[in-house]
Ligand binder design. Sequence first.
Ligand code: GLV
Ligand code: MG
Length: 355
Amino acid sequence: MRNPRDFGKPLAIGAPAPVLEIPFKPSRMIHFLDFSNEKMVAKVPDIAPTVDILLGNLEDAVPVDRKQAAREGVVRVGQEMDLGDTQLWTRVNSLESPWVLDDITTLVREIGHKLDVMMIPKVEGAWDIHYVDRLLAQLEARADLERPILIHAILETGLGVVNLEEIATASPRMQGMSFGPADLAASRRMKTTRVGGGHPGYRVIEDPDPSDPEATRATAQQDPWHYSIARMVDACTSAGILPFYGPYGDIRDVQGCETQFRAAFLLGCVGAWSLHPVQIDIAKKVFSPDPDEVRFAKKVLEAIPDGRGVHMIDGKMQDDATWKQCKVMVTLAEMLAHRDPDLAEAYGFEPAAAV
Ligand code: GLV
Ligand code: MG
């Protein structure tokens, strides 16, 4: 057992103190780019203002002979580009890979002051987080960093799902988690080659009609990810960290992507990965609360300033719990409105009211 008093102390002499409250910034999409591609690096000044989080990917999808170039590309972006309010994240290679040690040491040394979050793939238990936690503290001390780099775990193995709660609370550095359906499907030996979304074979069917057993029976696809995403949301929210949906692989299926993102949003995820520009717009649409709902939530907060008692507003019962739901929605809307003038107008916020 770790002494809770030590939780707020740095893990290396000279490292910055851990943050005990995870900052909530606009996080509707984590946009994945491969910076081994020079053209991608050159496009960063145009792409950065259109996304909430820009992530330099070093892991899967980056070919082995481009691993080093991808790492150097992230360093260049961190050193040479002004990303404004957009966060800079990276996904390093997995902890058993031959590249990860150089990924972590190089990035902290070269651009540690610019890097907000380090995404760690294939996290299986608290021990993976403890390893990265101590290593980051040592490197941060050496690089003289003033604020800690946060850790984001990808949930993409059966063991990771089993150990969700321990992963979420393994370190004050834990910023959040992303759901990784591709590796998770492989780890579980699920019989699908898709990245996210449903599957035509995974469905429910109504009972046969006894008087007409041959009649066509209604049937519908089910969501194979519901259980694990819901568990991830509970583990994250109970630990004060942020859950995200991960990748949707069928880029052309914009409707499928929107449906998957929306299911995650409604369950409590704050954002999703975008693998292509078309998915940036889908994430914006889905993870920005609906203007009608925001206007209604504002009305509830204005009508019940102290958030207590039972009230009827537009024929709907409001109590302490619905007031809290409205508060979550308006706080998020205010933050997004600050970043996006179109949303500010749709939500009916004065520019000065945005925070
Ligand atoms: C993401 O990395 C996934 O495996 O789905
Ligand atoms: Mg993966």
